[in-house]
Every structure is written in C-alpha cells, then in structure tokens.
Design a protein around this ligand. Structure first.
Ligand code: GUN
Length: 287
C-alpha cells in the first residue's frame, strides 16, 4: 500500500484559520491585535519572497505586520538599535530577523539582542535552553510545524525510534528535542554518520533536514515509516527549475507509511507556526 500523503498545505490552512478565530475573539473583547515585526537586511531574492509571504499571512489572520527592510550595507549598530526599539514597543509581540544576515553583521549578537519574551523564531539562547530543559519555550517554527504534521498521522509517539538527519540549530537540533519530549528514542545523524542507510532504516520516524536534493532513497526507509522531508532544494528542470526535497519522493512513496511532499509539506507549516508562536506570545504578554 503506498504511503499516506501528509498534506501540509491543508494542515497549515486549518491552523491559520483556527489562529484567526482566536485573534478575532481577542479583538471582539476590545483588545489590540497581536503585532509581528519582521526585519530583512539586504535584497536576497529568496528572503524577499519569505518576508512578503509572512507579512501577507500575518494580515490575513487579523494580526498587525510591521516590516523593516534595511539596505544590505546596514551596520550592526543600526540593526541593534532597531531591535532595542522593537523590544521596547508594547504593540510588538514577536520579532523575527530574517537569516542569513550580511557578513558585516554578527548574527549571534543580533539574536541575543532580541527580548526572549518576543523571540518567536526560538533562536535566542534562552529559548534554546528552555526547550532542552523542558521549560516553556518558543519552539523554532519548522520543527514545530513538522511535529504538527507527524501528529496528523500518529498521536502517541512514545517509544518510537526517530532518526533526524541533519544537525542545524534551526531544524535538526530542536527537532530532536521535540521528539525526545514526545518520548521518542532519538538519533541525530549527519554527514559523518557511518552507514547512514542502515541507521535510517531503523527509524519509525525519519526526518530529513540536510539540504541535499533527493539524498534519501528507498534504501534509507523502513517499511511503514513516517517520513518528514524538511528539504527545499531548487534544481534545474529543462529550461526552468523546480523544488525537490531531501527525500527521493517517488522511490520512497511505495515503502513509507506516511510522507510529506515537497512542495506542500513542511514548507507551508513554517509560517503558520510563526503566527502560532506570535499569538502565544501575545496571549502571554496580555496575561
Ligand atoms: N531563514 C530561513 N529560515 C528562517 C527562519 O525560520 N527564521 C529566520 N529568521 N530566518 C530564516
């Protein structure tokens, strides 16, 4: 039997609709709308697209989107000054600085300057620490979205073996923390892992977050496994280009129990979870 297709686009739309209702309920009580500030430095085309989509979806659910688009030569000092003003602004519940940043700016210093109470990306060391020690933390959006998708096909993950391929701060490491918190046995595999295929074949849940087109094939997947493909890779296709994941979808589909497509899987969940984090920040801040 071919795998169940996990429709991230539909799950994200449902989540946004539910968030929109929550926002409307607050506004109906006479409260202000939640506010999300997104900061983009420079003119990287992919980042421009992300930031535009974030702003549009923020407004669609009734929240306020404030965008700061700064020139590529912006100094670190100027960026830190902007963050300080956003930290102090009571109408802002979430602050996101789009990565990557230009080379004259120290991304770590910028992330650490964000008020942890507004760190809706979950990248601040306080958020990272809280996540690993089981505290109430903002969870990075892509792993949070991936967990939502896993839960659409399986509620109880207790005792399952999860293998996360990739060890980035944005996806691999926080994903492993979330799976651990859900009582999985967790392995983090990466480019130096020996016999990656044999390791991956042990996985009841396989999460691919390496950024290499179609790297995981049939030989990496145990029959019936839940496969979550975080990769978004642009590859040439005839005259044009197309998006593919880190998983060879056509090869894995007949083996897996459930799988996310690319596009339309994890991708749409990321912004939906950013909005979810922003609304949670608002609800915490408003008491
Ligand atoms: N660049 C790519 N993904 C992300 C993300 O989730 N957050 C931020 N701030 N920048 C990114």
């Amino acid at each position: 039997m071919p795998a169940t297709l996990i429709d991230g686009k539909a799950v994200a739309a449902e989540l946004r609709a539910a968030l929109g209702l929550r926002v409307a309920a607050h506004i109906a009580k006479g409260k202000r709308a939640p506010g999300l500030a997104v900061v983009l430095v420079g003119d990287d085309p992919a980042s421009q697209v992300y930031v535009g989509s974030k702003a549009k979806q923020t407004r669609e659910i009734g929240m306020v989107s404030i965008e700061h688009r700064l020139p590529g030569k912006t100094s670190q000092q100027a960026l830190l000054a902007l963050i300080a003003s956003l930290n102090a602004d009571p109408a802002i519940d979430g602050i996101l600085v789009q990565l990557p940043l230009p080379s004259q700016i120290d991304a770590e210093a910028v992330i650490e300057a964000i008020d942890p109470a507004k760190d809706v990306d979950g990248f601040h060391p306080i958020s990272v620490g809280r996540l690993s020690s089981g505290g109430k933390a903002f969870v990075p959006c892509t792993p949070r979205g991936s967990m939502h998708l896993i839960h659409t096909v399986r509620r109880d993950l207790s005792g399952l073996h999860a293998v996360v391929v990739g060890r980035s701060n944005i996806v691999g490491k926080p994903m492993a923390q979330l799976l651990l918190a859900a009582n999985c046995t967790v392995t983090i595999a990466h480019s130096r892992t020996r016999d990656l295929a044999a390791m991956c074949r042990q996985a009841d849940i396989l999460v691919a977050a390496v950024g290499r087109p179609r790297m995981l094939g049939a030989e990496h997947v145990k029959p019936g496994a839940i496969v979550i493909d975080v990769g978004i890779n642009r590859i040439p296709s005839g005259e044009k280009s197309k998006l593919v994941g880190d998983v060879d979808f056509d090869a894995v589909m007949p083996i897996a129990g459930a799988i996310t497509p690319v596009p339309g899987g994890v991708g749409p969940m990321t912004i939906a979870c950013l909005l979810e984090n922003t609304l949670e920040s608002y609800e915490r801040r408003m008491g």
